[in-house]
Each structure stands twice: as structure tokens, then as C-alpha cells.
Design a protein around this ligand. Structure first.
Ligand code: PDD
Length: 284
């Protein structure tokens, strides 16, 4: 079945879906995006994703192409046309088409809104098959990683380095040796002190929606938790490491820079949080 994309008000076969060569997203990476996980027809953590989209949009001064309710209709229509109930919905919004000049075009062009959908298998019932390897790398991104910008070259290079090393994710650390996040995920550890930690939000990390949702689960489980940064050494000495994102859900990191994390199997806290995550998916 042909895949269908949404391009500025039209539903088109992916092969015919195209944007103008002078689109500022293409020319400058002048745009933002969101990735939603859809589970059996429902968009997971959708309020969090829409709120982040809105914040990213305002931070780069883009006009809203349509209201949230209309956007929701488009997303569900695109899922219906692609016959995807469980999968990923990718949304991109750029400053639109204008003669190439760095500063914002005046008057502002119509922002370009494009969406695609692709199927993704349901999360596994068991965490044992879901663990992955990661490497560590210096964070070479810009100073506003809180904006979900389409400028992803450092993330792309980090993920390629991970792939070359036989790993899935690259966990990034800043110049002070403090972990920021993964190239496309939030990072959590359970330290030698048994405390669960993830970095507090600032301009150097993306406020993960899966992270935000999981904070509720952490509280409900009564886990010993601190929202604070941790060093590369703490990461290396952690009992458990896991990442979260709309695409990886809760994913244990069982090997780090070629060495096993803990006993090399998904940890207890990751397993409990994953069970909560699955329960939330199913409850709706
Ligand atoms: N990435 N940090 C970064 C840098 C990310 O790119 C992502 C998500 C996250 C986790 O955010 P969330 O839980 O809202 O998915 C954290 C998406 C999935 C991507 O770029 O494909």
C-alpha cells in the first residue's frame, strides 16, 4: 500500500510529496518537529507533545499553521489513510519558502507543515529483548537543546558513531563531564547508592515527554529519586542505565562503551517503570 504524507493541506503519495527547494527548513534547518507514538489509534502523551510543539514554535517565532484540534484531526486522518494504528507520527513545521537570506523573511511566509506516519511494532511484553548498547560522546550541540529543532547534525553524527561501534544510542556529556542526554533520548541511572536520577531540565536538554510522563510513575512507585545531573563516572558506575523517548519507550542500556552495565541484564527499576509504561498504554 502506498504511503501517504500530509503536505501543507494536501494528502499526497509519499513519492509525490515534496517541498520547495527554498523552504527554510531545507536551507537553514529553520524549523521544529515532533515525534508521537500512536498505540492502537491513540497518540501517547499527546498533551505533552502538543505543549512542547507550542513552546518550540513560540521560541523560534513561528505562526501556528492551525489550531491543536485541527492538527489532531489531520494526524488521525493521516493514520487512517495509511492504515496505521500503532506507529510513529512525524510532524515538521518550518518557516516556509522565501528567497535565501538568513534573517526572518518579511512579510513572513506561510509556515510549511508536513506530516508522515509509519508503522512500528507494539512494545514487547518482556524487557529482556529490549535492552541495547550505548556509547558515550562529548555533546557537540548548540546551547538551546530545549527547542526541538530540525537541526540535528550533531545528533546524526553521534548516532552514526554509535552505529559504527555496534551500539544503538550515544549518551552525551558536557565540558564539565556531566551527562546531558542521549542523541535522541532522555537518560536515567540508578546509582551505586540505589537512587534513581535524571538531569533537571535546562537549555541543554530536550524536555522529554516520556520523561515527564514517567515522573508520575516514579512517584507512584515511591522510588528514591532525584532530579539532578550526574557525571560520566556516575554513569559508568551505575547499577542501571535506561533511556526514554517516544520511540524507545523505556529502554535499558545493558552495555556502555563495550562493558556490561550492572550484571548486563535490564535492571529492577527499569523493569518496574516499563511495566507502568505498558499499563498506561493499555489503560489509555
Ligand atoms: N527524540 N532528547 C532528545 C535529544 C530527543 O531527540 C528526544 C526524542 C528525547 C525524548 O523525548 P520524548 O520522550 O518526548 O520522545 C530526548 C525523538 C523520538 C526523535 O528525534 O526521533
Amino acid at each position: 500500500m502506498a504511503r501517504i504524507a500530509y503536505v501543507n493541506g494536501r494528502y499526497l503519495n509519499l513519492a509525490e510529496a515534496a517541498v520547495n527547494i527554498e523552504d527554510r527548513g531545507y536551507q537553514f534547518g529553520d524549523g521544529i518537529y515532533e515525534v508521537f507514538f500512536a498505540y492502537r489509534g491513540r497518540l501517547i502523551d499527546e498533551a505533552l507533545h502538543f505543549a512542547r510543539l507550542e513552546r518550540s514554535r513560540q521560541k523560534i517565532g513561528l505562526e501556528a499553521p492551525m489550531g491543536e484540534a485541527a492538527l489532531r484531526v489531520v494526524m488521525h486522518e493521516l493514520m487512517r489513510r495509511n492504515r496505521v494504528e500503532t506507529g510513529l507520527v512525524y510532524l515538521q513545521l518550518t518557516r516556509g519558502v522565501a528567497r535565501r537570506d538568513h534573517a526572518f523573511p518579511s512579510p513572513p511566509p506561510r509556515p510549511a507543515l508536513t506530516l508522515t506516519v509509519r508503522p512500528k511494532p507494539e512494545p514487547p511484553e518482556e524487557l529482556s529483548s529490549w535492552g541495547a548498547a550505548a556509547i558515550t560522546l562529548p555533546d557537540q550541540r548548540w546551547g538551546r537543546c530545549d527547542i526541538k529543532s530540525v537541526n540535528l547534525l550533531p545528533n546524526v553524527l553521534a548516532r552514526e558513531a554509535a552505529k559504527q561501534a555496534g551500539a544503538l544510542e550515544a549518551i552525551l556529556f558536557d565540558e564539565a563531564g556531566v551527562v546531558t542526554e542521549g542523541a535522541s533520548s532522555s537518560v536515567w541511572i540508578v546509582g551505586a547508592d540505589n537512587i534513581l536520577r535524571t538531569r533537571a531540565l535546562d537549555q541543554h536538554v530536550l524536555p522529554g515527554c516520556t520523561r515527564a510522563a514517567l515522573l508520575g510513575d516514579v512517584a507512584a512507585e515511591g522510588m528514591d529519586f532525584r532530579e539532578e545531573g550526574f557525571s560520566l563516572e556516575a554513569l559508568r558506575g551505575a547499577r542501571e542505565v535506561f533511556i526514554t523517548s517516544a520511540t524507545s519507550f523505556v529502554k535499558p542500556i545493558t552495555r556502555l562503551d563495550g562493558l556490561p552495565v550492572g550484571n548486563g541484564a535490564p535492571g529492577l527499576l527499569a523493569s518496574r517503570l516499563y511495566a507502568r509504561y505498558l499499563a498506561r498504554l493499555k489503560e489509555g
